[in-house]
Design a protein around this ligand. Structure first.
Ligand code: SAH
Length: 317
């Protein structure tokens, strides 16, 4: 399910259909740049090292992170080799304008070896999910066939626990497989990853598949490849995969709390004081990112590191 997304990202401008944190406020990328610079010092200042981003969209997060670190962490800035994981040729062209010195790959497995610091904002939610419906004493799997949902016997691996008839469960097998590759690499070669996305901290039932077209909810089955399809990320499942590979996992923390711990409020005050005319818009953007009623609670931050690494910034006890 949600494989139509590859066609969608390859042909459409997703940012007409939805807005993401880096597009809302430059502070988001600036704080994540500072996060990466601190992690780089914690892991012994490897020079050079790979600063990667999965699914960079318009390249805004990395552009803002690079601009900020060129001033506040020039040694980190000079050591970073920016690597993007992006399958859409259309978005790669936009990313090239934002971050001209990046190197592109289709897949995580193509990133050159070495210590890695990786950022992934709203990447996992774009990967395909599987949905299961409890029917009688078994789980049936929901497939899309000729534009409608059909139920068939569930393929393995399916949920193992019983549930009331009609319960829907989702499995992010693609997100878990991706995280497994990432965690294995961090254990073997060192480094850290920061995953930000929307979804619950604990696994639970429910149908979260959603389609957005021009900013409005749409039928996920209509006109495949023309709407953005996303689903909640199951952070419990993703974190357990990382632990099973031997990596350390930190969080998940609600995005609002995480950004506050990285110094969101002093940064807002500084930016607003340099730009009094834009101060209201700056505060409004930050409210969208951090307020519990907006993106501050549903969105989560999860870090995965080499098992010997200290707590990354924001995840200290
Ligand atoms: N991180 C950006 C964009 C999020 S949209 C932001 O916060 O604004 C999801 C991004 O992931 C897009 O860049 C999309 O093209 C990319 N993407 C989706 N599926 C992918 C896959 N399987 N491999 C690599 N990139 C993918």
């Amino acid at each position: 399910m949600a494989r139509a997304n590859a066609a969608y990202y390859a042909t459409k401008n997703p940012f007409r259909d939805f807005t993401t944190a880096p597009e809302i406020s430059q502070i988001f990328g600036e704080l994540l740049g500072a996060w990466a610079a601190t992690v780089w010092r914690q892991i012994g200042r490897p020079t050079p090292f790979i600063l990667a981003e999965a699914g960079p969209g318009r390249g805004t997060l990395m552009r803002d992170a690079r601009r900020a670190t060129s001033r506040v962490a020039p040694d980190f800035h000079a050591a970073a080799r920016v690597n993007f994981i992006e399958t859409s040729p259309r978005l790669r062209a936009i990313q090239r304008d934002a971050v001209p010195d990046a190197i592109w790959h289709d897949d995580l497995s193509e990133i050159p070896p070495g210590q890695l610091i990786l950022l992934a904002n709203e990447f996992l939610d774009a990967l395909p999910i599987r949905q299961f419906v409890r029917a009688g004493g078994t789980w049936q799997e929901r497939y899309v066939h000729d534009g409608v949902f059909v139920l068939q016997r569930a393929a393995a691996p399916a949920p193992s626990t019983a549930a009331p008839v009609g319960t829907i469960r989702e499995q992010g097998d693609a997100a878990c497989a991706w995280t497994k590759t990432l965690a294995a690499r961090l254990v073997a070669q060192g480094g850290a990853a920061l995953i930000l996305d929307y979804g619950p901290a604990r696994s639970g039932p429910g149908d979260s598949l959603q389609a957005l077209r021009s900013g409005h909810p749409a039928d996920p089955l209509a006109d495949p490849g023309t709407a953005d399809l996303t689903a909640h990320v199951d952070f419990q499942a993703v974190a357990e995969v990382a632990s099973a590979e031997g990596a350390a996992r930190w969080g998940p923390l609600p995005q609002g709390e995480f950004l506050a711990r990285l110094g969101l409020l002093p940064r807002v005050a500084a930016l607003a004081s340099c730009n009094p005319d834009g101060a209201a818009a700056i505060r409004d953007g930050v409210h969208r990112l951090a307020a519990p009623s907006r993106m501050g609670q549903l969105f989560k931050a999860l870090a995965i590191t080499h098992p010997a690494a200290p707590p990354p910034p924001g995840f200290e006890a």
